[in-house]
Design a protein around this ligand. Structure first.
Ligand code: MRU
Length: 366
């Protein structure tokens, strides 16, 4: 997608350079900073610090991290240690395990001397595949937007609410929840996006608003507790969110607060769709609430906020009384019964075990 009119991805390699380059997303929207990752430890640190984040990008960054590890030391023990290091960074997004397992499965049968090249090729394939999945989800999901636009009539924008950042910054390019949005925008359909700020890390306010603005998509940032009110007043036509892990039965784990939006959508008859590429689907799990590990994060994310001052300096301030205890769950689970459908690369399907099995028969686990 575009950054100041230039086409960019969130992660890339440069010819003649053994490193991997990323956008440091912790600096956005105030500063655009890139970083070079030289080792698997750099990759793990970038994921942990959320310089790269979003389930598909975490997966791609982990694959590139494994490639850096294989270039450094391709022995079985070194690759196992690299896989453990990466796997421990962010437990909820299943893409991380998916990507690391794919690299290990590819490398293990190979002689050590062939592993670095094979890992580099596979990491690039995983990144390219991500873009292909997002484009396919965009082509399927845009039909939902087109149908609403046709019903509303000319000049009436389709109002879409999204939570967190499931945009291109959360992937290699195009985004998951934003793929149908960018597709609609490029087809000239009038759209407007309500962007949940997404406390505590404000991925909506900082990242989704920034990337939509960079592409020229009309949007409005709203506090996290505003969506229900907007839905009651007919101001939201459609909700589209991403997912960090969706079960084989269609339960959807996504950024904390997604569940509350799904409840409000159900109560108000607003369609609630989840963009779920297959690497984000965990076919081994059936009960999302019971089985998906929910990352708990630092109290400082809740007690403090960071922003830019009028003088242009970036500062962090405390917003809670000193000593008040804090809970900081990173994700929640929206049960399948609240999900109108899953936008996958193979079409828009029902959020249930039968539809998932029919769409992805080769992934089903007996
Ligand atoms: O904690 P984050 O910023 O990695 O969380 C991101 C989300 O929850 C996204 O909605 C999800 O990863 C889907 S991204 C396409």
């Amino acid at each position: 997608m575009q950054v100041d009119g230039q086409a960019m991805r969130t992660i890339w390699r440069q010819q003649g350079d053994a490193g991997v380059f990323i956008i440091d997303q912790t600096q956005l929207p105030h500063r655009f900073v890139t970083r070079r990752l030289a080792t698997v430890a750099d990759a793990a640190e970038a994921i942990l610090a959320m310089q790269v984040r979003g389930a598909p990008l975490i997966g791609a960054a982990a694959a590139y991290g494994m490639a850096l590890a294989a270039a450094d030391d391709p022995t079985d023990s070194a690759l196992a240690a690299a896989a453990d290091l990466l796997a421990g960074t962010r437990p909820t997004a299943v893409n991380l395990q998916w990507a690391v397992s794919r690299v290990l499965e590819r490398l293990t049968p190979l002689p050590a001397a062939a592993r670095a090249l094979a890992a580099a090729v596979l990491a690039t394939d995983i990144a390219e595949q991500d873009i292909g999945l997002n484009r396919a989800m965009g082509a399927h999901g845009v039909k939902l937007i087109e149908a609403i636009a046709a019903e509303k009539g000319p000049g009436q924008p389709v109002n879409i609410l999204t939570h967190c950042n499931a945009g291109w910054l959360a992937t290699v390019d195009r985004g998951t929840a934003t793929a149908p949005i960018y597709e609609a925008y490029e087809r000239g359909i009038a759209i407007h996006v309500y962007v949940d700020e997404t406390r505590p890390r404000n991925q909506g306010a900082s990242l989704t608003a920034w990337e939509l603005g960079q592409q020229g998509v009309a949007h409005t940032v709203i506090p996290d507790n505003t969506g229900g009110h907007l839905m009651q007043h007919g101001l939201v036509d459609l909700v589209i969110v991403g997912t960090d892990r969706t079960t084989a039965t269609g339960d959807v784990c996504n950024k904390i607060g997604t569940y509350l939006k799904a409840l409000a959508a159900k109560d108000n008859g607003v369609p609630f769709y989840v963009a779920a590429p297959s690497p984000s689907i965990d076919f081994a799990l059936r009960d999302g609430v019971a089985e998906i590990p929910i990352e708990q994060r630092s109290a400082a994310e809740v007690t403090h906020m960071t922003g830019v001052t009028a003088a242009g300096t970036i500062e962090t301030v405390r917003i809670t009384p000193e000593g008040s205890p804090v809970a900081n769950y990173g994700f929640d689970v929206t049960p399948a019964r609240l999900v109108s459908g899953l936008i996958t690369e193979r079409g828009v399907i029902a959020a249930n075990a039968e539809a998932l099995a029919a769409a992805f028969p080769e992934r089903m686990i007996a």
